[in-house]
Write a protein that binds this ligand. Structure first.
Ligand code: UDP
Length: 236
């Protein structure tokens, strides 16, 4: 299979933590950006969504006891912080990223406007979609699925700690095997948790394939983008 031309990469906020318990680990983000730079410099149009779980989640930790919508807005603001950090690290690596927020915060980053995002991608600039969907009660997985569909990405790349979807939890079961490919229907039938249900349903409806892979495996992102056997391909 030949490579992709336009992809959406979803990174969880926790991917930025490294071995820290909280926040953004400099060495981790720089290592990640090296892999991202390789892909962008190969001419692939890259859009990204980053979560906020390393800073704040609307349903856990400091959010317990809070009004849910208020807590979710805090979570969305956390994604803006991560997006700024990622954009900054990409700039240091010689790339040309643009951060666009679903929540108007124009003194900090420009607001998301779809034609503008498409223009940036055409110009070879990477786009980081911050602020999730801009709505409480959603997740950044759903924001990623939504933006992937909006920009006509060929695939949604879901970066996780594990290098794909397994028959069982590989950390607990040594006989667990990785699926190279699995259909949406089989993933549902086997109750495999690929991403949150809303995001998964949107991708399925839009016939948007999902590739689950490990961002911590050096070169994995490039192999995924080149269409090689890496991670798990979830297809319609
Ligand atoms: N969030 C939200 N709406 C969105 C996206 C995110 O309310 O469209 C909030 C929600 O509180 C969530 C937090 O932002 O817990 C961080 O996002 P997420 O949990 O998806 O981050 P990740 O797990 O990928 O780090």
């Amino acid at each position: 299979m030949s490579g992709y031309k336009r992809v959406l990469l979803k990174l969880s906020g926790e991917a930025l933590m490294g071995d820290d318990a909280y926040g953004i680990n400099r060495a981790t983000i720089e290592a990640m950006v090296q892999d991202i730079a390789e892909v962008v410099n190969s001419g692939v149009q890259l859009a990204m969504v980053i979560g906020g779980g390393n800073i704040f989640r609307g349903v856990a930790g400091g959010a317990v006891g809070m009004d849910r919508a208020t807590a979710d807005y805090m979570g969305m603001l956390a994604t803006v912080m991560n997006s700024l950090a990622l954009g900054d690290a990409m700039k240091n690596a010689g790339l040309n990223p643009r951060v666009m927020s679903a929540i108007a915060i124009d003194q900090v980053v420009e607001s998301y406007v779809r034609p503008k995002a498409l223009q940036y991608l055409e110009e070879g600039k990477s786009v980081i979609f911050a602020g999730g969907t801009g709505n409480p009660f959603f997740t950044t997985d759903t924001a990623a699925a939504l933006r992937a569909a909006e920009i006509g990405a060929e695939v949604m790349l879901k970066a996780t700690k594990v290098d794909g979807i397994y028959t069982a939890d590989p950390a607990k079961d040594p006989t667990a095997e990785r699926y190279a490919r699995i259909s949406f229907d089989d993933a549902i039938a086997q109750r495999l948790q690929v991403m949150d249900a809303t995001a998964f349903a949107l991708c399925r409806e839009q016939k948007m394939p999902i590739r689950v892979f490990s961002i911590f495996k050096p070169g994995a992102l490039m192999r995924v983008v080149q269409g090689e056997d890496e991670g798990t391909d979830v297809f319609v």
